[in-house]
Design a protein. Structure first.
Length: 394
């Protein structure tokens, strides 16, 4: 008879069971399910067989190790609410600031700059103040997104439910959403997708060779550098003259516990459902002719003129500034078109802020200069401050 060598571990052809609705789910985390069954041959772990993962109906695109798309939600079961018209507009009150307030803000700004002399603040004379108030429109969309990934943990006798019943679809699994516009994440183990598999990394042994001692269990003695003798010629006390010490990492055994299965030799594999609640936000700032850079306005807040939140907002109509109304039309359409494909829109919110901008013209030593005061915070920007001790170019 031939003496056949039987390997200690023969990997089965398909380690993961087929879970109806979850075919194509892969191990290792994060893949997001869009392409049906496309990625079942590229798991993160070196697979012992080509078809490593089960086919789970409804979860065909689930992958291991990240990189997939979000699962499109099913169409809403109830008709979408008919959006309401924007309520009638309030009186658009344009606030203005006094010369004293402008000078006060200017003084605070100048004193915050180490090389600005305060002379122009004290001696400068305001010649003209112009208002260039502008509007900021903001649309926020609060979304729920779902994706699935194959995951694993050491098998310690957990219940194994794969195939007991069909797995519920990704959007049928109940989750507890946070309050609107609060970002949050939740991971749920998908029921009826779990099964047990051998740990490939240790071939079910639960141990792997120690890399610190190269599986010998011993290391050179650090007191005598492995010679066994001290410089004086005496035996090294630390290693009793052997030059070797037990490896601390593996306690001299030459092998360590397998990190993947925590020494169990087997893994429970299952599909995780990752749920993410997030806010997508877009701003539009209406053009103004003050000369102040639009980016400066990102630093300040404005007076809230209008705020509305509902399931799906309707583009604003009849706003005095046409560009704001157009931005609302465009962004509402954009958000609802873009995000409804991959996520469920739970709520939208739109706001209009009035951002005050005052352009202050003043004279100092006979020459004209300009600074701006803007935002609720009375932030100042001086474009051409005349008296700078160390920053000015001769
Ligand atoms: Zn070791
Ligand atoms: Zn020694
Ligand atoms: Zn292992």
């Amino acid at each position: 008879m031939a003496n056949f060598h039987v390997p200690p571990y023969a990997p089965p052809a398909a380690i993961f069971n087929t879970v109806p609705g979850y075919a194509g789910t892969m191990s290792g985390g994060g893949a997001m399910a869009a392409p049906p069954a496309a990625s079942i041959h590229t798991p993160l772990y070196a697979p012992p067989a080509a078809n490593m993962f089960n086919i789970v109906p409804g979860y065909e695109g689930t992958a291991a190790g990240g990189g997939g798309a979000y699962i499109p939600p099913p169409p809403p079961s109830v008709p979408m609410p008919v959006p309401e018209q924007a309520p009638s507009q309030p009186d658009w009150h344009i606030p203005s600031i006094s010369e004293d307030r402008a000078r006060e803000a200017f003084a605070a700004y100048v004193s915050s700059k180490c090389c600005y002399s305060s002379d122009p603040v004290k001696d400068g004379v305001i010649t003209n103040m112009e208002s260039f108030n502008t509007y900021r429109y903001r649309l926020e969309t609060f979304l729920e997104s779902r994706s699935t990934e194959w995951s694993q943990e050491p098998y310690t006798g957990q219940p194994v439910d794969g195939g007991v019943q069909p797995a519920p679809g990704p959007w049928l699994i109940a989750a507890q959403p946070p309050a609107f516009f609060q970002e949050h994440k939740q991971t749920i183990k998908v029921p009826f997708t779990s099964s047990v598999k051998n740990c490939d990394l240790c071939q079910t042994k639960g141990k792997k060779p120690c890399t610190t001692c190269n599986r010998t269990g011993k290391r050179n003695c650090t007191s005598c550098n492995g010679s066994g003798n001290r410089e004086s010629g005496q035996h090294c006390v630390n290693c009793r003259g052997t030059g070797r010490k037990n490896c601390l990492k593996c306690s001299g055994s030459g092998s360590c516990q397998c990190d993947t299965c925590h020494g169990k030799g087997k893994l429970l594999i299952f599909i995780n459902l990752n749920i993410k609640w997030s806010i997508e936000k877009d701003d539009f700032v209406a053009q103004d002719s003050s000369g102040l850079k639009v980016e400066k306005l990102e630093e300040v807040s404005g007076k809230e003129l209008f705020k509305e939140a509902q399931y799906m907002v309707y583009p604003l109509r009849g706003f005095p500034d046409v560009s704001v109304a157009q931005a609302s039309e465009r962004l509402v359409k954009d958000h609802q078109g873009k995000y409804a494909q991959t996520s469920r829109i739970l709520q939208q919110r739109q706001t209009i802020e009035l951002i005050p901008i005052t352009k202050v013209n003043y004279k100092w030593k006979g020459n004209p200069y300009v600074y701006y005061v803007f935002g609720n915070e009375f932030k100042v920007k001086a474009v051409d401050y005349p008296d700078q001790c160390c920053c000015s170019v001769m």
